[in-house]
Write a new protein. Structure first.
Lengths: 99, 539
C-alpha cells in the first residue's frame, strides 16, 4: 500500500461531519423507516408495528452517524447523504402516491 | 485485517472523545443497573420484617377485600393484592400512589385477625429499590424537563455517544484484534495491562453493550422518535384510541379475586400471577393492572408482564402476554425490553447481567485511566486536564459506589430511630458523593483512590456485620436465600476493594513519580525513611 498524500487522507471536519450525520442521517433514517412502516411486512396496520418502527430508528441513525466520519471531507459527507435522502424520499413518496 | 492509517487515527479520536464525555455518566448507569438486577432482594434486606405485609390465606382474601372496601374510603378507590407462594396480602395507598417517585407515600397493610376481622397497620413506603433504579436511569442528576427527568435525557445522549464509542472502538481495533485479543500482558507496565483488559472486556461483551446502548437511547427519547414517526405516518394515527365505555359500575359488582385468578390462568397459562392493582374504582374508567411472571421467557417489564383490563367487564385494554391477536412484532418488541432487563433466564440470567453490568462499569473506568496514561508526561507536574480528569474519575466513580453502599448499611440502622427513611437515603448518598469529589480535588486522585477504596471495603464489610448484629434484635433480618446472597456478595466486594486499595497504594509509592497516581514526594520520603529505619533495626 503506497502512502497516501495529504489531501487523499480523511480531513477532520469534526463539527460539520457530526452535524451532517445527526441531521441528514436522521432524515434519511425516517425515509427508510417510513418505507418499511407502510410497505414492509404487515403493512401500516399490523398490531405493535408502530413500536417496532420507533425502535429501529435509533440503531439505523446511530450506524449512519458512526460511519459519517469515514467521508473524506464534510462536503463529500453532505453530498452523499443528500443524494441518499433524495433517492429514499423519492421512493417513499412515489410509493405513497402510487399505492 | 488491514485498515488505512488515517481511518484508524480518525476513529481513535472519535473513541477517545465520545468515551471521555460519556464515560462517567455511563459508569454510574452501569453499576447501579447491575444492582437493579436484584432490586427485590435489596428491598427485602432493606425493609425490616416488622414493616411488611401480613399474609392472608388464599381462601380468606375475598373476605378481607370485602371488609376493606366497606370500611375504608381509600380502599374504595383502589387497592393492591399481592400473591405469595401459598398466601396473599392486601395493601392500599393512604396517600400518594400512581406513577412517579415520591418519598412520602403512605401504605396501609390489611390482614384478618383470629376473629376474622380486618386489622390494619400503616407504613411509609420504602423507596430504596426505586431510588437505586432512579440512580441507574439518571446517574443521580436531579431536575426535570417537561415530564421527563433531566438525568434520563443526559444518559440518553451519553448512550448515543457510547454507541459511537463502541463502533469506533471496533473499527480501530480490527487490525490488531486477532493478534492481541487474548493477550493480557502484565509484564509490560500497568498501562499495557489496562489496555489489554479494556479491549478484552469490550470485545467479549460487545453484543450486550450494543443492546444496552441502543435500548437506553430508546428509553430516553421514545417520545421524540414517535414524533418523527408521526410525520411519515401522515394522516394515519400512530395509536388507535381505545373506545371509552359509557357504562358505570357499582363497587358491589366487583368480581371475586378468585375470578381474576381463573381469568389469568386462561389468558396467561404459562405465567404465574404476581399481583392485582385496582385503581380508579370510583370513577368512570376503572382499571386493574395484573402483573404476571415467568422465569423462562422475555418479559416486558423488569420482573413482570402486564395485563390491563376493566375490573368489572374484564375487557383487556393492553396485554404484553402473547395472545391470538398479536402479530409477529409483539415478541420482537418485547425482546428489546427483555434484553435490556435481563429477565429471560431467571436468577442465573440476572447474575450474568449483574456481572456484565459491572464489567461495563469497568470498561468506562479503565477507559478513563487509559486516557490519563496516554497523556502522562515526564515532568513533575502533570497537565491540568489530566489532574482534573483523574480527580473526577476517582471522585465520581468511587464516590457514587461509596454513597450507595453507605445508604445500604444505613437503612438497617435508620429504622431503629425513625420511619422517615427515604429522604435520609438521598441526604446520605449526595453527602457522601459530594465529599468524595471534594476529597479527590483537594487531596489529589492518588490519595482519594486509596482511601475511598478502603472506605468502600469497610462499608461493604459493615453490611454482613449489620445483618449479624441486628438479627439478634427484634428488627429481625429474615435468613432467606436472597439475604444470604446479598451479604455474601457484600463480603466479597469488601475483600476485592481492600485488595485493590492496597494495589493502588503500592503504585502510588513505587510507580512512576510523575504520574497522577503517585503520592506527593513527602509521603514517599516518609516511606523511604521508614525503610531505612527498618534496615537499620535489622542490622
Amino acid at each position: 500500500m503506497s502512502r497516501l498524500s495529504q489531501d487523499e487522507k480523511i480531513q477532520a471536519h469534526w463539527w460539520r461531519k457530526s452535524l451532517i450525520g445527526v441531521f441528514m442521517g436522521l432524515s434519511f433514517t425516517y425515509a427508510l423507516v417510513g418505507i418499511f412502516a407502510w410497505y414492509g411486512p404487515g403493512g401500516i396496520n399490523a398490531p405493535m408495528k408502530v413500536q417496532f418502527n420507533m425502535w429501529i430508528v435509533s440503531p439505523i441513525w446511530l450506524t449512519i452517524m458512526s460511519f459519517s466520519f469515514m467521508f473524506k471531507t464534510a462536503f463529500t459527507a453532505f453530498r452523499t447523504l443528500l443524494i441518499a435522502n433524495i433517492i429514499a424520499y423519492s421512493i417513499f413518496l412515489a410509493l405513497r402516491w402510487a399505492l | 485485517m488491514k485498515i488505512r492509517g488515517d481511518i484508524i487515527r480518525t476513529y481513535q479520536k472519535v473513541h477517545t472523545w465520545t468515551g471521555i464525555i460519556a464515560g462517567l455518566f455511563l459508569f454510574i448507569g452501569f453499576y447501579a443497573g447491575s444492582l437493579t438486577m436484584f432490586k427485590p432482594a435489596i428491598e427485602q434486606w432493606a425493609i425490616p420484617t416488622t414493616q411488611t405485609a401480613v399474609k392472608t390465606p388464599n381462601d380468606k382474601i375475598d373476605q378481607l377485600v370485602l371488609q376493606a372496601i366497606n370500611k375504608f374510603d381509600k380502599a374504595k378507590q383502589g387497592f393492591i393484592v399481592e400473591f405469595h407462594q401459598d398466601a396473599a396480602s392486601m395493601k392500599w395507598y393512604d396517600s400518594g400512589g400512581g406513577r412517579g417517585l415520591r418519598l412520602d407515600d403512605k401504605l396501609v397493610y390489611a390482614s384478618l385477625n383470629e376473629n376474622q376481622e380486618i386489622e390494619t397497620k400503616q407504613a411509609t413506603k420504602n423507596e430504596l429499590g426505586t431510588l437505586i433504579d432512579q440512580l441507574h436511569r439518571t446517574a443521580g442528576i436531579l431536575g426535570t424537563v417537561g415530564h421527563e427527568d433531566l438525568g434520563v435525557l443526559i444518559l440518553g445522549v451519553a448512550a448515543a455517544l457510547y454507541f459511537l464509542a463502541l463502533a469506533s472502538g471496533v473499527i480501530f481495533l480490527l487490525p490488531t484484534l486477532v493478534k492481541s485479543l487474548f493477550a493480557l500482558r502484565q509484564n509490560k507496565g500497568s498501562s499495557r495491562f489496562w489496555l489489554d483488559s479494556h479491549n478484552l472486556v469490550g470485545i467479549m461483551s460487545l453484543p450486550f453493550h450494543f443492546i444496552i446502548a441502543w435500548t437506553a437511547v430508546v428509553f430516553a427519547f421514545h417520545d421524540p422518535f414517535y414524533g418523527g414517526l408521526s410525520v411519515v405516518y401522515g394522516d394515519k394515527p400512530l395509536f388507535e384510541r381505545g373506545e371509552r365505555s359509557e357504562q358505570t359500575y357499582q363497587l358491589s359488582e366487583l368480581p371475586k379475586i378468585e375470578h381474576y385468578i381463573n381469568t389469568v390462568k386462561t389468558i396467561a397459562p404459562d405465567h404465574a400471577l404476581k399481583s392485582l392493582e385496582f385503581s380508579r374504582l370510583d370513577t368512570a374508567s376503572p382499571s386493574v393492572t395484573i402483573a404476571v411472571q415467568t422465569q423462562t421467557q422475555m418479559m416486558r417489564g423488569g420482573y413482570s408482564d402486564y395485563i390491563y383490563m376493566n375490573p368489572f367487564s374484564m375487557k383487556v385494554s393492553f396485554s404484553s402476554v402473547p395472545n391470538d391477536q398479536s402479530s409477529a412484532y409483539n415478541p420482537i418488541v418485547k425482546s428489546f425490553f427483555g434484553l435490556h432487563f435481563g429477565n429471560y433466564a431467571g436468577d442465573l440470567g440476572r447474575w450474568i447481567y449483574f456481572i456484565m453490568g459491572l464489567m461495563g462499569a469497568f470498561l468506562f473506568y479503565s477507559g478513563n485511566l487509559l486516557w490519563l496514561e496516554k497523556r502522562r508526561v515526564k515532568q513533575p507536574q502533570q497537565q491540568k486536564s489530566s489532574r482534573i480528569m483523574a480527580a473526577l474519575t476517582v471522585g465520581v466513580c468511587l464516590g457514587s459506589i461509596l454513597g450507595v453502599v453507605t445508604t445500604l448499611v444505613a437503612t438497617k440502622w435508620l429504622y431503629l430511630f425513625t420511619q422517615v427513611v427515604n429522604i435520609s437515603y438521598l441526604y446520605i448518598y449526595y453527602a457522601v458523593f459530594a465529599s468524595a469529589i471534594i476529597i479527590s480535588f483537594v487531596k489529589g486522585a492518588a490519595f482519594a483512590a486509596i482511601h475511598l477504596q478502603r472506605l468502600i471495603a469497610y462499608t461493604c464489610a459493615a453490611i454482613p456485620f449489620s445483618t449479624l448484629v441486628l438479627s439478634q434484635s427484634n428488627h429481625a433480618v429474615e435468613l432467606t436465600t436472597a439475604n444470604i446472597a446479598l451479604n455474601t456478595v457484600a463480603g466479597l466486594f469488601a475483600v476485592c476493594f481492600y485488595l485493590t486499595a492496597n494495589k493502588t497504594k503500592q503504585r502510588s509509592l513505587s510507580g512512576d513519580k510523575n504520574s497522577v497516581w503517585a503520592m506527593k514526594a513527602s509521603s514517599r520520603q516518609e516511606k523511604e525513611k521508614s525503610q531505612v529505619c527498618l534496615t537499620n533495626i535489622r542490622k
